[in-house]
Design a protein around this ligand. Sequence first.
Ligand code: NOJ
Length: 557
Amino acid sequence: MSKSRWYKDAVIYQIYPRSFCDSNGDGIGDIRGIISKLDYLKDLGVTCVWLSPCYKSPNADNGYDISDYRDIMDEFGTLDDWQEMADGMHERGIKLVMDLVVNHTSDEHEWFKQSRSSKDNPYRDYYIWRKGKGKDGKTPPNNWTSRFTGSAWEYDETTGEFYLHLFHKKQPDLNWENPKVRQEVADICNYWFEKGVDGFRCDVITYISKDQSFADGKFNPVVCGDEHFVIGPRYHEFIHELNEKSWSKYDTMIVGEAQGITINNAFDCVDESREELDCVFTFEHQTEVDSFMTTIPKPFNLKKWKEIFSSWQALPDTCWNSLYLENHDYPRVVPRYGKMEYREYVDKMLAISINFLKGTPYIYQGQEIGMTNFEDLEPDEYRDVVSLQLRDTVKKIFPPAMPIVKWGLNKKARDHARAPMQWDDSEYAGFSTVEPWMPNNPNYPEINVKKALEDKNSVWYFYQKINRMRIGDEIIRYGTYKQYMPENKDIWVYERAYKGKKYVVVASYTDKEAVFTMPRELRYNKCKLILHNYNDGEFMLTSCRLKPYEAFVFETE
Ligand code: NOJ
């Protein structure tokens, strides 16, 4: 029997603070902006917020490069603002999960400043330093690549050695082999728990343990070295230790961002008996469609996608799922999974598909109003370090490929999800009173919260309805999962069953007509429609022809 923990009933809303709401007119979202929207979140039916990093940071990677884990970024406010926000959430029955970014720090963190200053500094071993190769020692120690392109090693003149950075060179990797580093991480967690935080989303947590031989990785044209640090040799030991020293002492949720975790190793990473993470964000369904590191999108394959979700649903009850499609690292779901002209139908169809699965659902800011990608951003309008590095590298080494880069970024850049939140149709979309740090999506007069709240059929109200339905629903919480028509390339049909009752979800992923055939064993049952993304009143609950992106849920026995 699985443990009863609060997050299993939660609806989590991710806030990317820089783009959520600007309260002081500097063009950058902030904590007081979040405070002003707490009632909005409560009305939507959100019961937990995952706040992307708000700690002190020089912003090489928008806060995922932390220079002080115990303080708030100047642009975002103060610790007092943070406390008011956390208290305001708790008063409204909303939990707060913070980002824990401890695979790396900023190079402006005091530890790194000390570490790079000399080889015998007490902080030297907080990071990973190695001698270079070649006569002059200026060739990187191995062929590992940064996930943001280029070598994962940076030469540092002061001591004549290289340090490892699996992301940007301003994000040096911490050395988890050093017990002092592990103690620092536990202390940071405890510091925030004592202030009232309810959990952490652990950034790239599966990269923390590096194979100490630092051997070359197998050749790969995109990224090298993964096999030496993704769920590395001491990963389980480190996570278990942190669980013991910190997480297990509080009533928390620890969700790991889990590159490399697949259905084959999921049990060892999240089963309750392991006392490690409570749940993970898998990337299997994302990389099946595309991966944010490569610019060429893959065509969407629903059959494969259903297989992935179905395999995760088959995990035992003691392993818990995270259900998400959007976050700050991926483009918006429309046009990723459906055509723009059917935008609202696609948004609602996806909401149905994901929210009736077993696990905790996530809504990324703006998803509840169906925010979309930019249609045509120029390479110079991007702000994300990954987009800019790609732009600059191609400009430098092969300028004729720039049109491809432009095309790829328009499809896949992380910037799409980072456009300022669209609150209304006033200038700058009600996000700020001045020009924001990154451009507004020009479609904000059409797609915004104010408009959504005026229309009872909007995507917003659809999410509100689903969020309310989920509360205390035993079928959604405990039900078994079974897929029908697994071979079908256009529709996803699944059932959740608990104590003799069932929900059947039918979702079409095509703009063409698709045929749904009522499963034989359900054919003579009484069926009651409980949710539908078309509301034109014509609906026959038998085998039927589905309209573009049509989706519905019916209750049966
Ligand atoms: C994953 C985060 O989601 C992403 O935004 C960040 O760039 C990398 N980790 C590095 O911290």
